[in-house]
Design a binder for this molecule. Sequence first.
Ligand code: ATP
Ligand code: MG
Length: 170
Amino acid sequence: EHFDIVEMANEVLDQFENKVEKKGLYIGFDQEYNHPIFVYADSEKIYRVLTNLVSNANKYTDEGDIILGFTVSSGGHVTVSVKDTGMGIPPEDLGRVFERFFRVEKSRSKGRKGGTGLGLAIVKHIMEAHNSKVSVISTFGKGSTFSFKLPLSKEEDLDSTDDDEFESED
Ligand code: ATP
Ligand code: MG
């Protein structure tokens, strides 16, 4: 369905703010977003994607910030990114973090960072169901940026009473 991804990201931010600030980290946007960005996607699933990515950013960052951003492209899409200044991912593991149960050795040995290694596999699965994908750029020891792309919905579609007829062109 149609929803405002900026509003959703604000909800996710509110949900994590206390936890993140308790660690001495900052969470915010890369710029001010005063206007909604309407997308066409499964809102519950995308909420899950955002919370899994922000939860990881928080879990694997000891200092610095977690920055959310949106880039609207001319092709009618928006790229949503979650950037952190955390421990990063070793290059040899970058291709494996979306596998079920895979965890970077370092995150496994440090008991304080528990987890099952499913969060990113779920994110990947959800993006595939949206005919999209999630990608990661990371520098080991410096930080990571996860991003995914969603189709924009035209404002006209928002008033449509017959949303079920909507089909994407590609
Ligand atoms: P959970 O199932 O609770 O999410 P998890 O966080 O270990 O457990 P994933 O979210 O799938 O599992 O992430 C897989 C692995 O990728 C993590 O164990 C961690 O090693 C690495 N990773 C994920 N996100 C980040 C990040 N933002 N910075 C550094 N490493 C990360
Ligand atoms: Mg996780």
